[in-house]
Design a protein around this ligand. Sequence first.
Ligand SMILES: C[S@@+](CC[C@H](N)C(=O)[O-])C[C@H]1O[C@@H](n2cnc3c(N)ncnc32)[C@H](O)[C@@H]1O
Length: 239
Amino acid sequence: MTGTPEAADFDRVWEAADGIPGWLKPGQARILWDEAVSLPAGATVLEIGSHQGRSTVVLGEALRPTGGTVIAVDPFVEGRLFGGTPTRDKFEANIAANDLGGVVELVADYSTALRPTWTRGFDMLYIDGKHDYWTLSDDLHWSVHLPEGGAIVIHDCYSSIGVTLGILRHVLFSDRIVYERRSDSQALFRIGRPTRRDRLRILAEVPWWLRNVAIKVLLRLRLRPIARLVGHDSPYDPY
Ligand SMILES: C[S@@+](CC[C@H](N)C(=O)[O-])C[C@H]1O[C@@H](n2cnc3c(N)ncnc32)[C@H](O)[C@@H]1O
């Protein structure tokens, strides 16, 4: 692929990314793609939480034609869910298999450990790391490096309790972050001055969030047939 990426290229990129295990859905990848391909040449995206590289490949493919960079921040935490060192090996193999070694820079550390001394600017921020309130609150501070109009994309927004409480506490009343839209739990925000209508758009997501929390409770109580009644026909949490 050379020159400016076409929208049709997304389908080819998604086919490659979809072979990498992870949680990103096509509509959610599309938000990352659309924002990244519209960045100026040589732009940088900072990604918090890369896992095996599903989202990293989408971002890397979007930036490759114009000489951009993805800074991938992930400490590869140990444990059953995220897999530790073997996950790092898979991430590196997936980046190499997609020939993105010249586009993706891995920083294998916690976002919260890096942030206080970070000085390098970037043009877009993707937050998909640890989903508790405190980490999300800290991760939002990375946005001070973004220019006016810079995109902040947040996964598990209005589905995770910690992420959503962080949004309600730090974004609902912020005078520098505007909420635009979401694809399931992938939400797009932008640096700018919000209007009252922008803030109301965040509040309008609260019923969807409460529905998702209720579904999570039902799944833990093994009441999947009831979750099905509110449109959730899956053993997995909604995201
Ligand atoms: C949901 S996964 C990311 C999924 C990835 N974006 C994808 O599309 O497949 C969350 C990742 O965040 C990482 N993580 C946990 N705490 C973190 C932190 N404080 N900073 C950066 N990454 C973190 C985990 O190691 C894990 O790989």
